[in-house]
Design a protein around this ligand. Structure first.
Ligand code: SAM
Length: 277
């Protein structure tokens, strides 16, 4: 079998990954969903022809989008993940003993069902009694919530299909209102090489609302260019200067508390993009 998964990164660049098995393929009411077995990345979950997670490197994204804001907040009790139907962000959130409730708001039930079947290590926490799954548009959920969450994680795909509005200023306004007075949001904000406009717009929109807005990075092999950014908006706590940071009493494979600070040290070209230079 000589099958290749191809993902278009730009007009001039395509990623090709050898596929050893087509495990699942369907068109859900929201998107094209596929699961492939690959020699390099293990099992990958693909939506609308973009890799969402691979079971080889999923821990990097899942740990960085959750533990950085959670260790910034002194006592996070209630968290919301928007998107994130693969379950990996929720799995990390419930590792924090202070968490009493974690909501997963995923628009597409099929992503959760298929992830449960083929990615058991990512979905282990979905049965946790602290976790509640809401199958609806994340935009609805934030506009129906006020002063409710300590943390909101925007674990969205690229800004295509049902995720386009998750990158809008109006949505971030809803997120701001849904957070408590000392709440924190974090969003995945794409590649600083290939999606500079998306990253810059998210930074501008979030910093227009939140007094503390910081971008941090992680290296994720399966995402375009490998370099990935996250943008945090915080009402009170500065992630680069955390007072009495709680001790990490569980294991991680990428995040650690030195890296927590190191991840905010940005290369000059990214600083320049964010400053509009
Ligand atoms: N880590 C991934 C990445 O950066 O590519 C994102 C993973 S997660 C699978 C993204 C999820 O967001 C998808 O399952 C998709 O169905 C969901 N989604 C897209 N738009 C949404 C919306 N408006 N509300 C809630 N969930 C949404």
């Amino acid at each position: 079998m000589n099958l290749w998964y191809r993902e278009k990164h730009t007009e001039n660049q395509i990623l090709s990954v050898k596929v050893t098995d087509v495990i699942h393929k369907e068109k859900t009411p929201f998107q094209e969903l596929a699961v492939y077995e690959t020699p390099e990345y293990g099992t990958i979950l693909v939506l609308d022809n973009y890799i969402q997670v691979s079971d080889q490197d999923e821990y990097i994204y899942a740990e960085m989008i959750t533990h950085v804001p959670l260790f910034t907040h002194p006592n996070p009790k209630k968290a919301l993940v928007i998107g994130g139907g693969d379950g990996s962000a929720i799995r990390e959130i419930v590792k924090h003993p202070s968490i009493e409730e974690a909501h997963l708001c995923e628009i597409d039930e099929r992503v959760v069902e298929v992830s449960k079947k083929y990615f058991p290590q990512m979905t282990v926490a979905l049965e946790d009694p602290k976790v509640k799954i809401l199958y609806k548009d994340g935009i609805k959920q934030v506009f129906q919530s006020k002063d409710e969450y300590d943390l909101i994680v925007v674990d969205s795909p690229d800004p295509v299909g049902p995720a386009v509005n998750l990158f809008s200023k109006g949505f971030y306004e809803g997120v701001y209102e849904a957070l408590k007075e000392d709440g924190i949001m974090v969003a995945q904000t794409e590649s600083p090489y290939f999606n500079q406009d998306v990253m810059k717009k998210a930074y501008d929109d979030i910093s227009a609302l939140f007094p503390i807005t910081k971008v941090y990075m992680a290296a994720i092999p399966t995402y375009q260019s490998g370099f990935w950014t996250f943008t945090m908006g915080s009402k009170k706590y500065d992630p680069t200067n955390v007072e009495n940071m709680r001790k990490q009493d569980f294991e991680t494979s990428y995040y650690n508390q030195n890296l927590h600070y190191g991840a905010f040290l940005l290369p000059t070209f990214i600083q320049n993009i964010l400053e509009g230079k």
